[in-house]
Design a protein around this ligand. Structure first.
Ligand code: HEM
Length: 236
């Protein structure tokens, strides 16, 4: 079976793969290469020490991402509609929680609607008491947050669309009889949108302090997401 990265490289972003598959330091991601079509430094970095914002964010969150990539029920072989709807319930509350932070950027604000519509089609009310309970338990955003911190949070949400392309293909392959609006996202425009986001990210994170602050934001976003999955027993 192909690794998620191979699938992403060959199926989700064929144009990207043609122009720039860049070797990434093995210490910064569980996966060996990157599909990001922008220059990336090739030397190994300690988490949080890279001068490149994207590299720094990737290194800072590598461990957290690997947990999702390897262990999320939706990412396992045989995952279907039940796992998709479980996933959306978690994402719905998470996106609601981080919405005030994201409003400080022009990014990552467009995904909640697709999540809510797919849930509604599956007959699930995301505002049910059990969702409200997990919402209450999962930690609040530090307020007010810096705009650079918010860009780190946006990085996590925008980046999640990349893996979404892989998951979309798998669910379609097993014939899930349901709309997959959230995973479809921007469809063929996902790659160009990600490139635009990375340009804005690099512009916004012009100092080591700004990069460090964004890394804090990204780690926080992953942390509260992982907490939500764990509380529902979906991750160890
Ligand atoms: C909601 C859960 C998830 C979040 C928040 C998330 C977040 C991210 C982020 C921030 C990136 C950007 C990395 C970069 O800087 O290039 C990314 C990329 C990626 N994710 Fe995820 N991800 C999630 C779930 C998954 C799952 C379950 C898979 C497994 C199929 C996956 C596979 C990938 C792949 C293949 C990439 C692109 C490869 C790379 O450059 O590292 N993701 N994800």
């Amino acid at each position: 079976m192909q690794s998620p990265l191979d699938e992403a490289r060959h199926l989700a972003y064929p144009a990207f793969a043609r122009v720039a598959i860049i070797a990434a330091p093995s210490s910064t991601r569980a996966v060996p290469t990157s599909i990001v079509a922008l220059p990336i430094t090739a030397s190994p970095e300690k988490p949080g020490t890279s001068a490149d914002p994207v590299q720094a964010l990737r290194a800072a969150t590598a461990e957290q991402h690997a947990l999702l990539d390897n262990q999320l029920p939706l990412a396992r072989e045989g995952a279907g509609l039940d796992e998709y709807l479980q996933h959306l319930r978690v994402l719905h509350d998470w996106l609601l929680q981080i919405a005030p932070v994201l409003r400080q950027t022009h990014w990552a604000n467009a995904y909640l609607d697709a999540v809510a519509r797919d849930l509604a089609e599956g007959g699930i009310d995301p505002y049910s008491p059990s969702s409200a309970a997990t919402q209450a338990h999962a930690g609040r955003a530090p307020a007010p947050v810096d705009a650079t911190y918010a860009m780190g949070v946006a990085y996590v949400v925008e980046g999640s669309q990349l893996g979404g392309r892989v998951l979309l293909r798998r669910l379609r392959d097993v014939g899930v009889p349901h709309s997959l609006r959230y995973l479809e996202g921007r469809g063929a425009a996902t790659g160009s949108h990600w490139t635009e986001f990375l340009t804005a990210l690099r512009e916004a994170l012009a100092s080591p302090q700004a990069i460090a602050c964004a890394c804090d934001g990204a780690r926080w976003a992953f942390d509260i997401l992982l907490t939500r999955y764990r509380r529902l027993g979906l991750l160890p």
